[in-house]
Design a protein around this ligand. Structure first.
Ligand code: DGJ
Length: 706
């Protein structure tokens, strides 16, 4: 071991880790330190005093806090060998260091355990990517309850932002102050979940989109998780995250290992925008790999809310033709195409084309879609089976359950046990055969229920199910490298960086109500860039809220994402079609900017308004959408502060679009009537006056450097 302090540095961030032979501890995580900084004095300047009335030695808040050192916080590792070895204590035996990463190998000879800690600070994005691996060096089984990663945050990080949600209401952000004790979020649903997106932000009190020091964390795992933020009695603070294991679920056999999901984290000195821009950059460079010049993200039409289970090939052809005329580039047949699927009570598991609905097969539709210049896509829900299906009748034992107990149904369906090789092979076989027979370029991979009391091989099946799901996608993508996949789980119930690394976008919500979409898409934008966030124009009368919205407002809200249409275009009025066409074409004209630029959210003066935008990487062009969510509290909104512009550039400001046609005002802000050029610093400091627009409407502003 060469040095006592390891300095990982990226563009704007430094992470300094103490490496004195004990379990490593982060001593500093913040703004980048000068390269030549001598870290040795840290041993003096940050040496902790040992007050009276407590343990006589210092207790490190390490990357895996140990009960053995007398640290009474939530430990990083919980497990035992039938009761013994329950409080291990590790020594570092090796540290491999590069400028961007470090891998520590730690060992406890008595407990016969090795722990490998991998940390990489991504040079470009400043995102820290870390994971732990616990290896059983002994001769007996090690029962693991929990292996979590732990990272300290500054003492000033007293406010938490976390995510809450439910079906049709995903990614809702909530705030709380944490002064004492802990906040723990646990998700036991076996999928990423609508309810508890695996992320948390800890920052200075009152941190906003543009201000405040903060730390963001996201666990890349599509199963159950636990995220914990704690204040120790001495005031030190940390965030801990890991997979949530069911009782007895994980036994590490002699010579075997358990690896945690990857924890993605970052430090931002400049509020939530700084955080999400770092995460977006990381995603674009390491998780999804699009060539936007060669293949822009195609505009979708998804049949679900247009026809549900009512499939008539002639009508679907008409839908495809109308969609193409609107400017749609990918046509997806959703649920309802396979045997017996006339409602949501039957058919799942029987992945064969329903000959009674499609007597001529699917070929003619696929060909027609292609002739119209669109790609063809198809919906699957591979992990599920309805009791009313041929698959279930032949193989009732393929379902995840616990022998002797009745398994609950959710949406009339059970989960299949993908860990059984015969189930895995059946699903791969069905999907591979359809993907080989037809030119299917895209599948929507849905998952409409949680895992409940699922057992495989005498143990809870949750961890193994997630791994088998990943394997199934990996195998299909290997066989069909051109295939793109959307991850969906009744909307946004299964999206995280791990599933995203295997897919190309996610369906953010089953709610297409643009008012709801404003907060759902805003919440998703903290961790996901626009090009992976499915955003569709739904029907005027929203199916999940019963509310009605103007064509313009629906179009405007769907602009900021991977755009699509989710209604029956054949039944749309001429007016509605013209509006959809207009917004699709507007989206295409802005698509490169939206899908490659830097996304930001504005701090507005009241929650009845919301604003976000995207600026190109060279800072020369930007679009900003200002939305009036509810009736304005004040007759005048405060000037909109537009962050992220270049202080040295002058911008021409124009109104690009407004969702409600006429703007009924005696006098508009003058920039809307006369050509106006203004310096970036002025827009970022003094702001831009907004018109007084009606609730449930939005305007789009264009900024071009001159
Ligand atoms: C739930 C999805 O979120 C919807 O978009 C749709 O695909 C339905 N399932 C189909 O059953």
């Amino acid at each position: 071991m060469k040095s006592a302090f390891i300095h990982l540095a990226s563009r704007h961030t430094s992470l300094v880790i103490k490496n004195d032979g004990r379990m490593p501890e982060v001593m500093y995580w913040g703004k980048r330190l000068p390269d030549e900084t001598d870290l040795a004095p840290l041993g003096m300047t940050l040496s902790r005093p040992i007050p009276g009335g407590r343990i006589d030695s210092d207790t490190a808040l390490s990357l895996c806090p140990e009960l053995a050192t007398g640290l009474f916080t939530s430990p990083g590792l919980e497990g035992s060998r039938n009761g013994s070895c329950w409080a291990p204590s590790f020594m570092v035996v090796d540290a491999e260091i590069t400028p961007q990463s470090v891998t520590f190998t730690c060992r406890d000879k008595i407990a016969e355990l090795s722990l490998v800690i991998d940390i990489t600070l991504d040079e470009e994005s400043d995102v820290c990517q870390s994971r732990l691996r616990l290896h059983n060096d002994g001769q007996t089984e090690y029962q693991l309850q929990r292996l979590s990663q732990t990272l300290p945050v500054k003492a000033q990080a007293r406010e938490l932002m976390y995510f809450h949600g439910r079906w049709t209401h995903e990614f809702q952000t909530k705030r709380m102050n944490l002064e004492q004790g802990a906040f723990t979020q646990e998700n036991r649903r076996g999928r990423t979940s609508h309810e508890r997106f695996p992320a948390i932000v800890a920052g200075q009190t009152g941190f906003s989109e543009t201000h405040g020091e903060l730390y963001g964390f996201h666990l890349g795992w599509s199963g159950s998780h636990r995220i914990h933020a704690e204040v120790m009695s001495d005031g030190r603070r940390f965030v801990q995250a890991g997979e949530l294991l069911m009782p007895g679920e994980m036994t590490i056999m002699p010579g075997e290992s358990y690896e945690t999901p990857v924890l993605y984290s970052c430090y931002s000195p400049d509020g939530l925008n700084g955080m999400s821009q770092r995460f977006h950059r990381y995603v674009r460079q390491n998780i999804v790999h699009f060539d936007h010049q060669a293949k822009p993200r195609p505009v979708h039409l998804n049949t679900w809310e247009g026809i549900y289970f009512d499939h008539d090939p002639d009508y679907i052809l008409q839908m495809a033709e109308t969609a193409a005329d609107l400017g749609v580039e990918r046509f997806i047949i959703d649920d309802g195409w396979f045997r017996g699927r006339n409602h949501d009570r039957a058919g799942l598991g029987d992945w064969f084309l329903d000959q009674s609905k499609y007597p001529q097969g699917l070929q003619a539709i696929v060909e027609c879609v292609k002739q119209q210049g669109m790609e063809f896509g198809l919906w699957f829900e591979p992990e599920m089976v309805n009791p009313d299906s041929d698959l279930y009748r032949s193989h009732p034992d393929w379902v995840l359950k616990t022998e002797g107990y009745e398994q609950v149904t959710v949406r009339n369906q059970y989960v299949l046990n993908l860990q059984k090789p015969e189930v895995f092979d059946y699903l791969y076989g069905c999907m591979n055969s359809l993907l080989s027979e037809y030119d299917i370029r895209y599948i929507k991979w849905d998952m409409n229920r949680e895992l409940v009391q699922g057992t495989h091989d005498q143990h809870a099946a949750n961890h193994g199910h997630v791994k088998a799901f990943y394997r199934l996608i990996d195998q299909l993508r290997k066989a069909h490298p051109q295939l793109e996949i959307e991850t969906c789980s009744g909307g946004g119930g299964r999206i995280d960086y791990q599933v995203l690394s295997r897919t190309h976008r996610f369906w953010a919500s089953d709610c297409n109500d643009p008012i709801e979409r404003q907060s759902i898409q805003k919440g998703a934008s903290y961790f996901f860039p626009l090009e992976v966030t499915g955003a569709h124009i739904g029907a005027g009368h929203c199916h999940t809220t019963g509310r009605t919205h103007s064509d313009g407002f629906r179009g405007m809200t769907a602009l900021f994402g991977h755009m699509g249409v989710e209604l029956d275009p054949v039944k749309a009025t001429e007016q509605e079609k013209a509006t959809m066409k207009k917004y699709i074409s507007l989206h295409k004209s802005l698509r490169t900017l939206l899908h490659t630029g830097e996304h930001f959210r504005c701090d507005t003066d009241h929650q009845d308004t919301q604003a976000w935008g995207v600026i190109s990487c060279d800072k020369k062009q930007a679009v900003v959408m200002f939305t009036q969510i509810a009736l304005a509290e004040y007759a005048l909104a405060a000037p909109l502060i537009i962050p992220g512009l270049d202080d040295g550039l002058n911008y021409r400001v124009t109104l690009l679009e407004n969702s409600s046609g006429d703007l009924y005002m005696k006098q508009l802000p003058l920039w809307m009537e006369e050509p106006t050029i203004v310096n970036g610093a002025l827009l970022a400091q003094a702001g831009l006056m907004m018109p007084a627009i009606q609730p449930e409407s939005a305007i789009l502003i264009k900024l071009e450097a001159v």
